[in-house]
Write a protein that binds this ligand. Structure first.
Ligand SMILES: [Fe+2]
Length: 152
């Protein structure tokens, strides 16, 4: 792992974010198959698209961690993933997605406002940019999910 304890602490937080992104990916992937009811096809399309953008986020986090000097082959943290809801109900699934995405928006805002102080330049500016981009993506998902839940 990283020698500087502050950098290592930041990396731990990032690895936990990576686990969350993996959870998102697996959740959407599973939801794409389990979602039931009249509008199943549309939901399936939505969840499949989300799973694929989450896969992109997972790759982005992994690449950024490697760039910061974290050895992903040495840490189990990168392999483990968090559990997620299993359901056939479109509303339950969308509701869970909304909670999940809102949670990471809050996490990323905290990374930007507080945890960034653990890093030194140029990593600090790079990570600020990285997390801002991730925050924008998740926040757009939050707003979209609210609209999906409004019409169902
Ligand atoms: Fe994501």
């Amino acid at each position: 792992m990283l020698l500087n304890p502050d950098h290592a602490y930041f990396a731990q937080k990032m690895l936990s974010d990576l686990r969350n992104e993996k959870k998102h990916m697996l959740f959407y992937l599973t939801a794409a198959s389990t979602v039931s009811g009249m509008h199943r096809e549309e939901y399936r399309e939505h969840f499949t698209k989300e799973a694929s953008s989450e896969m992109q986020h997972v790759i982005e986090f992994q690449n950024a961690l490697l760039g910061l000097g974290v050895d992903l082959t040495e840490t189990n943290d990168a392999i483990e993933f968090n559990h997620y809801i299993l359901s056939y109900s479109p509303i339950e699934l969308l509701d869970y997605a909304l909670k999940m995405e809102s949670e990471v928006v809050a996490n990323y805002a905290h990374r930007i406002k507080e945890d960034m102080k653990l890093l030194s330049e140029p990593d600090q500016t790079w990570m600020e940019n990285f997390y801002e981009e991730q925050l924008v993506k998740s926040r757009k998902d939050v707003d979209n999910l609210k609209m999906l839940l409004r019409t169902v």
